[in-house]
Design a protein around this ligand. Structure first.
Ligand SMILES: [Zn+2]
Length: 515
């Protein structure tokens, strides 16, 4: 009997040992780096007298970030001998190399941005290597890493439910950990106009919105984390908010007043009204001056052309002048003028990719997108066609296919959102992970979208985003040959633990584990 009990205890101990072996520097890395080598050899010792050498000035923010990481894992004043520096011989703006041996830790990057990405990896290494860290050691490792795609984006939608500046900052903080480098803000829609426009106080009067100084504050906060903020002002549909303020900018159709006061009913600004172009000339110029991003997103999605332009006397006159048979052809004229303004501001436009049908079969673009317009593929079922057309026309393409990247969709049947759910398809974590990234040169990256109809505050935004945003981060950063669902799944528990420690809401993906 005694012997038998001992045997069981040993089995339990062996079980623990197996789990302990799974802990290690790579056990919570998100996204997985391009190259990881773990040489055998003595660990690097932590001390209270560690020296940090750097090419950066001693008051540089990156050195503070490094200091915070050391303090978080080893306590006040403790650290390791280290070198942190920009290496101008390295290529690729985000390429970094992190090496730990028994003598020191060395982090080199092609740029300060690259060093920041490398620091995120270091933070995760030490979190994953908790056993070594607790004993005051860092395991030897060599990581050589750079992103597979230049743009890894998440999108927030403060137009539907306003998100205060501090909440957006918190979101930026967390996305930076997973090496995202773009945050798109969907700033205008039917439900609200959320950005102050110079010379047009009427657009934001009496509504929650970001002032010019809020925007500057957000841009600065994001820039310190090497994240670019891309502004979106959606036209010609999704414009109830602006039409509520300027009803004369809508089409002259029988029920325009009723449509304008009912969000989501698909009113559009008129294509044949010069005042529309005059207002948006101011809007685009104002946004261009506020946001340093080279891009302005102008929407272009879900335009209810048949319910607006096709019924409007002014739009119909414009059609006949141009010999058009289809009101959708006016999109070329409409965006022709809007894009001219974007170009005159020295910016490039991004548009949601729309085809001649919202389901397959679809054959061509809804309009003739000029080659300098970046498109975002988003509609369920249309992505293969959008990839094909973007390649043929030379448009840069960002991947946000609804099947994988719509983070407002429930993560499992019966899960949130509990309100404003229009019958959204389920997008499981595994399905988010399964996004296929084309290797075509015009594909610039990936974007997870958090449409805000059913996301009413930042905790809900986090819950919907994580852990699926980790899956998309890996699709955007990690080379295809190193992406693996099984590996991702093994790294999840530790990565989610880190989110919990930071007080970040997320959904436990219990269906992804063996039970
Ligand atoms: Zn019209």
């Amino acid at each position: 009997m005694f012997r038998k009990i001992i045997t069981i205890s040993l089995a339990v101990a062996a079980g623990i040992a197996v789990h302990a072996r799974e802990l290690g520097p790579t056990s919570v890395l998100m996204p997985m780096p391009a190259s990881v080598v773990m040489p055998s050899g003595k660990a690097l010792s932590v001390s209270d007298a560690a020296i940090v050498r750097s090419t950066l000035p001693s008051d540089h923010r990156l050195l503070s970030v490094y200091g915070e990481i050391m303090t978080r894992h080893f306590g006040d004043g403790a650290g390791v001998d280290a070198y942190i520096g920009v290496d101008t011989t390295m290529t690729g703006s985000e390429h970094y190399r992190l090496e730990v041996d028994s003598v020191s830790l060395r982090l080199c990057g092609a740029s300060e941005e690259a060093l920041f990405r490398g620091l995120q990896t270091l933070d995760q290494l030490l979190w994953g290597d908790a056993v070594m860290t607790a004993s005051g050691n860092v395991s030897p490792i060599i990581i050589d890493d750079a992103p597979a795609y230049p743009r890894r984006a998440l999108m927030l939608d403060p137009a539907r439910h306003f998100l205060p500046v501090d909440d957006v900052k918190r979101f930026i903080d967390v996305m930076a950990s997973y090496k995202y480098n773009v945050l798109q803000l969907h700033l205008t829609d039917d439900e609200g106009w959320r950005v102050a426009i110079e010379g047009h106080p009427e657009l934001t009067e009496g509504t929650d919105h970001y002032t010019a100084s809020d925007i500057a504050d957000l841009i600065d906060y994001a820039a310190q984390r090497y994240i670019e903020i891309v502004p979106e002002a959606d036209i010609p549909g999704h414009t109830s908010a602006v039409l509520g303020v300027h009803p004369g900018l809508g089409c002259h159709i029988a029920d325009s007043a009723a449509l304008a006061s009912a969000p989501g009913n698909g009113v559009m600004v008129c294509a044949a009204n010069d005042s529309v172009y005059a207002l948006y000339d101011d809007v685009i110029r104002s946004i261009a001056s506020m946001f340093p991003s080279p891009y302005i997103h102008l929407g272009g999605d879900e335009a209810a052309i048949e319910r607006n332009w096709a019924l409007c006397a002014d739009c119909r006159r414009m059609m006949s002048e141009r010999g058009y048979t289809d009101a959708a052809q006016l999109m070329n004229d409409f965006f022709g003028r809007m894009l001219a303004t974007v170009r005159s501001c020295g910016k490039k436009a991004i548009l949601w990719c729309e085809l001649d049908n919202i389901y397959m079969p679809a054959e061509k673009y809804l309009m003739e997108y000029p080659a300098d317009v970046t498109l975002v593929t988003w509609r369920n079922g249309l992505t293969p066609k959008c990839i094909e057309l973007a390649a043929a026309h030379g448009n840069p393409l960002l991947m946000a296919p609804g099947e994988h990247a719509y983070l407002d969709y429930p993560q499992m049947r019966g899960d949130l959102p509990e309100h404003n759910n229009w019958g959204m398809p389920v997008t499981t974590l595994r399905q988010a992970y399964a996004i296929e990234m084309p290797s075509a040169a015009n594909v610039t990256g990936v974007m997870g979208t958090l449409w805000g109809e059913a996301i009413n505050d930042i905790n809900r935004a986090f819950y919907m985003a994580y852990p699926r945003a980790m899956a998309l981060a890996e699709a955007g950063w990690t080379p295809e040959s190193r992406r693996s669902w099984d590996s991702f799944r093994r790294r999840l528990p530790g990565a989610l633990g880190r989110l919990m420690e930071r007080g970040v809401s997320f959904r436990v993906p219990f269906e992804s584990f063996d039970r």
